[in-house]
Design a binder for this molecule. Structure first.
Ligand code: NDP
Length: 248
């Protein structure tokens, strides 16, 4: 594999690929939706806020790009019927999926385990880990219809570290690493690869919630970290599966 920092996507690198991105309304997911559409993908942008989704789609003004498909889905509240309707709509409109990016996440509460608010813990675990499981479960038949499909989990430093008081954010990211590795193993004889990507410190809402005193100007912008996701979604990462990739 070439070092990620030397990877430069070609124009139309993602042409012909149908890619679903969660949390496409802000931060890294929004930047990735725009980058992927610009590189030729048919993006299915998912988020909990329809107006924000429309605003993201409207930022891609190049007439040669495919209009984004918008998929309103609140990962905290969605039930079985919502996921079934989503899979049916993708099947009907596109027939398959070539990429699925589990990007949406919330920070949740940080507190000692003995003081954790149980509902807040369950909510963060649901958005960060259960929802990616349910979404994957519903999307796998569509991903298996692709000749070259890629699932990417958004990871981070604490998915491989121990830090006291980080609560469900840390636990969910560890769980997602386990889910990624297990799924990669389950799909090892298929055309679906599964990896996780740690974008590194990026100037977004969740970062500011986690580290309010950090210098925002010194951080990379969301658009700067999209390259790594594009690599994992493109034909360049064929054959690579079960890997945790760090951006820096
Ligand atoms: P943001 O807070 O900017 O974006 C989070 C996205 O998740 C938003 O689009 C948000 O929607 C969406 N989201 C939250 N809850 C739900 C829900 N219930 N249903 C649907 N969508 C929801 O954070 P980032 O862009 O930084 O985070 C993206 C990923 O990158 C996360 O997985 C994060 O853990 C990871 N990451 C980020 C790092 C960083 O430094 N920024 C470092 C390492 C990893 P809405 O717009 O409605 O709020």
């Amino acid at each position: 594999m070439q070092p990620l920092n030397q990877y430069q996507p070609q124009p139309n690198e993602l042409q012909g690929r149908v890619i679903l991105i969660t949390g496409a309304t802000d931060g890294i997911g929004k930047a990735l939706a725009i980058a992927a559409a610009t590189l030729g993908a048919q993006v299915i942008a998912s988020g909990r806020n329809q107006k924000k989704l429309e605003a993201v789609a409207n930022q891609v003004t190049d007439p040669s790009t495919l209009p984004m498909a918008l998929l309103p889905l609140d990962l905290e509240k969605a039930g079985p019927a919502d996921y079934e309707a989503m899979a049916e709509a993708i099947e009907k409109n596109f027939g398959r999926l070539d990429g699925l990016v589990h990007n949406a996440a919330i920070l949740g509460e940080r507190a000692p385990i003995e003081h954790h608010d149980i509902q807040k813990w369950l909510r963060a675990m649901h958005v960060n880990t259960n929802a990616p499981f349910i979404l994957t479960r519903h999307c796998l038949p569509l991903l298996k219809k692709s000749s070259d499909a890629s699932i990417v989990f958004s990871s981070c430093d604490i998915a491989t570290e121990v830090r006291a008081y980080w609560g469900p954010y840390l636990v969910s990211k560890w769980a997602n690493e386990g889910m990624m590795r297990m799924l990669a193993d389950e799909l090892s004889n298929s055309t679906v690869r599964v990896n996780s990507f740690n974008p590194g410190t990026t100037n977004t809402k969740i970062r500011m919630q986690a580290f309010p005193a950090e210098n925002r100007d010194a951080m990379q912008k969301p658009a700067a970290v999209t390259k790594g996701y594009v690599f994992l979604l493109s034909a360049h990462s064929q054959g690579m599966t079960g890997q945790h990739i760090n951006n820096n």
